[in-house]
Design a protein around this ligand. Structure first.
Ligand SMILES: C[S@@+](CC[C@H](N)C(=O)[O-])C[C@H]1O[C@@H](n2cnc3c(N)ncnc32)[C@H](O)[C@@H]1O
Length: 265
């Protein structure tokens, strides 16, 4: 009999941790946050003026990224997420924030965006989601398909150097930098440990994935930690992240553009 290895199911994992994650998150809804202790979008200005533009958020979680983009003036926003519980939070949160009516929430994996029309989106944003995605090449091909010509694809992920190192000083290596797939337990967010499967691709891996999907890479950022006091009000700012992220970058950001010929038939 063939044994099927017991791989963690990220969808079940996010459903399990969602309630406590959202309770602790304290993620700002009026500023787009690219990652823990990262400078905010109002400082980095990676997306340009989003007023009136249509945006897709790949891995919209509890809705904070959508709310921030709506407050920045984005007109039509689609949020895609694999977790029912995260989407339930997003629905309630966006109703409270009074932006649910201009938002479409889609349950599914960012590897398959068939519910979104070809060339219907101006900007694709993804914040700390793509580390959970096994088939990133499918996601990038789908993202290119839904973007209009010259559309922007900007995403952040956990930096592979952060993922490879301990969270406590002196922040030495706990796994090889080159080990992409990792299974890990998140403790204290649900009963027992919740296991996740992550893909900590190297900087060069992300670059190649974008190039292979025919994106033009405009910027790669490894931001130094932000001292912005807004972080102290979140569940993340309380932790000792500042010292770690002054040693290795916590977040890696790519800004790419759909250039070249239209993909339309
Ligand atoms: C760290 S959260 C990011 C959301 C938000 N930016 C935040 O920081 O809370 C990761 C999100 O990715 C979602 N996710 C994981 N794998 C996914 C996939 N293959 N497709 C769509 N969403 C996915 C999870 O359900 C979760 O809501």
């Amino acid at each position: 009999m063939t044994m099927i290895p017991d791989r963690p199911d990220n969808r079940a994992g996010w459903d399990a941790v969602s309630a406590v994650y959202q309770e602790r998150l304290g993620w700002p809804s009026d500023r787009l946050a690219w990652g823990v202790r990262c400078p905010f979008e109002d400082e980095l200005r990676l997306l340009g003026d989003v007023k009136g533009l249509s945006v897709v958020v790949l891995g919209c979680g509890g809705g904070q990224d959508i709310a921030a983009l709506a407050k920045m003036g984005a007109a039509r926003i689609t949020g895609v997420d694999i977790s029912d519980r995260q989407l339930e939070h997003a629905r309630d949160f966006l109703l409270d924030e009074d932006v649910l009516s201009s938002t479409r929430l889609v349950h599914g994996s960012v590897e398959d965006l068939r519910v979104i029309d070809d060339e219907s989106v101006d900007i694709a944003v993804s914040i700390h989601t793509l580390n959970y995605v096994e088939h990133a090449a499918l996601c990038f091909a789908e993202t290119r398909r839904v973007l209009r010509a010259n559309g922007i694809f900007a995403f952040s992920v956990q930096h592979p150097a952060d993922a490879a190192t301990h969270d406590l000083p002196p922040f030495g290596f706990e796994k090889p930098y080159f080990q992409v797939e990792s299974e890990w337990p998140w403790t204290g967010l649900a009963e027992g440990d919740t296991r996740f499967r992550s893909y900590y691709r190297t900087v060069a891996d992300w670059f190649d994935l974008l190039r292979n999907a025919r994106f033009t890479i405009e910027r790669i950022l490894e931001p130094r930690p932000s001292e912005d006091s807004a972080w102290l009000e979140t569940g993340w700012g309380q932790r000792d992240d500042f010292e770690k992220y002054a040693t290795v970058p916590g977040t890696l950001i790519f800004v790419a553009r759909k250039t070249g010929d239209s993909d339309a038939a």
